[in-house]
Design a protein around this ligand. Structure first.
Ligand SMILES: Cc1ncc(COP(=O)(O)O)c(C=O)c1O
Length: 469
């Protein structure tokens, strides 16, 4: 734990630590140099293609170009549309292009909003369905039914919004179980959620069945395409078998798809799409009686930077369908090699039938030895320079393949290192692994200890200035 917390402050000795704004301004050149050094050091691992997820494009020319576009409007507050009408163009066209990609029909009412990321899209969807049910059906004790693999932002948002979350177990193939979800629905259920694809295992839930289930109860179905929304359509176009999950499915009433993931935009945007403007209207907030003026706001944010929507729009139109398809082809080829590699290694097995994200766990072992500890495998992978995502319930790891991982030789090298890592876990059966399963961290402060108090201490540490010696 101490090592982990120390790791949060690598600059405490070679960079000035500020605890107050100093009188003398520092030179811009000096500060830029310091920030550049940090960025270069921190980007090195991702640039080497050894990180799962996190960096989606990896192309620094692309990033530099987007940063230039961002710079044109970085300072602009697009709440002020009279000053920045370009924001309306950028936002509306981002939404229109995404609706088209996901087979919605703007002519039939499909519409959407831009949010700051996947979590905000999911939490906003929760809010929308809560407001819809409160108005139309007078639901005062709302609940949502979600598979256990649905993104945890839903649990966070439901906690904030006073919505009960009913977690349904999975089918044996690790996808959502419509029957288990059906059993949890009651008159206070405001919506169902499914994923395409889910974060833990990269699997696409049976959205067609969930759509029918939602329809039969007269409620909405949100599909979380935050991760897969900008990748699965291209994979399908390339001829891979992708079950239907978007607006072609009857019963799908909203979809989230993150531009800042496989849309290859800068961090800070996602789309939330609705099947109708009536549904979208439930997320709007208006208040006419404030001394500050008539207040109208589409979502959580107040002021927003115009740089984000301009650069997201630029990412989409400069990548183009050809660029997205080419990237998807490389990603699928790399994921295929990783999956075949996992299949060929004794002691581990792939979870479900994934596309671009390969999750794997210890294979059952009926001998006296028992299954290996997958976190020991992660320890060895970390030592070899890899950063996978570790999971729990069941203990597993996943490799979410992105463009930096598609470079020549990376998949082969990973499979070699994975084989050695599994051997390491076999040789060290019974040892305590150093890594565990904390979301958002590659190495973690010990799986067994990962309980609330510890997690709160980590959050405190993440918000603290580097401690004095
Ligand atoms: C399926 C899924 N939904 C939602 C999110 C949350 O997205 P964000 O981190 O942009 O808030 C993620 C993040 O990885 C995800 O994979």
């Amino acid at each position: 734990m101490t090592d982990f917390v120390d790791g949060l402050y690598p600059y405490r000795h070679d960079s000035r630590t500020y605890r107050a704004i100093e009188d003398a301004p520092r030179s811009r050149a000096e500060v830029l140099d310091e920030v550049r050094r940090m960025a270069t050091a921190e980007d090195a691992k991702g640039a080497a293609g050894r990180v799962s997820g996190s960096l989606y494009s990896g192309d620094h020319e692309h990033y530099a170009y987007l940063a230039e576009v961002f710079g044109q409007f970085a300072h602009a507050n697009i709440l002020q549309r009279d000053m920045y009408p370009s924001a309306t163009k950028f936002e509306a066209e981002i939404i229109a292009m995404t609706i088209d990609l996901l087979h919605g029909d703007s002519g039939q009412g499909a519409c959407g909003v831009i949010t700051s990321g996947g979590s905000e899209s999911l939490i906003t969807a929760l809010y929308t369905y809560r407001e819809q049910a409160a108005g139309g059906r007078a639901v005062t004790r709302p609940n949502v039914v979600i598979p256990v693999t649905a993104h945890v932002a839903l649990d966070k948002g439901a906690h904030w919004l006073g919505i009960e979350v009913r977690h349904a177990p999975l089918q044996p193939d690790y996808r959502a179980d419509p029957a288990a979800m059906a059993a949890l629905i009651d008159e206070n259920t405001i919506a169902l959620f499914g994923s395409a694809a889910n974060y833990p295992h990269g699997l696409i839930d049976p959205i067609e069945e969930l759509g029918e289930l939602a329809r039969s109860h007269g409620i909405g179905l949100h599909v979380d395409g935050c991760l897969g929304g900008f990748l699965l359509p291209w994979i399908e176009q390339l001829g891979y078998d992708v079950p239907r999950w978007d607006f072609r499915v009857r019963g799908v009433t909203s979809i989230s798809a993150d531009t800042h993931k496989y849309g290859y935009a800068l961090k800070g945007t996602s789309t939330l799409l609705y099947s109708s403007p009536e549904l979208r209207r439930h997320q709007y907030f208006t208040y006419p009686n404030w001394p500050g003026g008539l207040y109208l706001s589409p979502g959580f944010a107040g002021s927003r930077s115009g740089g984000l929507v301009a650069s997201t729009w630029a990412a989409m139109v400069t990548t183009g369908a050809d660029g997205y398809r080419a990237a998807a082809a490389d990603i699928m080829s790399t994921a295929g090699k990783i999956r075949a590699g996992v299949d060929a290694i004794d002691g581990i097995e792939v979870i479900g039938d994934p596309t671009f994200l390969v999750a794997f766990q210890a294979a059952p072992d009926t001998s006296d030895d028992g299954p290996i500890d997958i976190y020991l495998v992660n320890d060895a992978l970390i030592a070899a320079g890899w950063r996978l995502n570790s999971l729990q319930l069941p203990a597993a790891l996943h490799f979410c393949v992105t463009r930096p991982n598609t470079a020549e030789g990376i998949a082969e090298r990973f499979v070699d290192d994975l084989r050695s890592a599994v051997d390491y876990a076999k040789r060290n059966r019974g040892a305590t692994a150093e890594s565990g399963a904390m979301y958002g961290f590659g190495g973690t402060p010990g799986g067994d200890e990962a309980i609330n108090g510890l997690m709160v201490a980590v959050l405190d540490a993440m918000h603290a200035v580097a401690p004095e010696d």
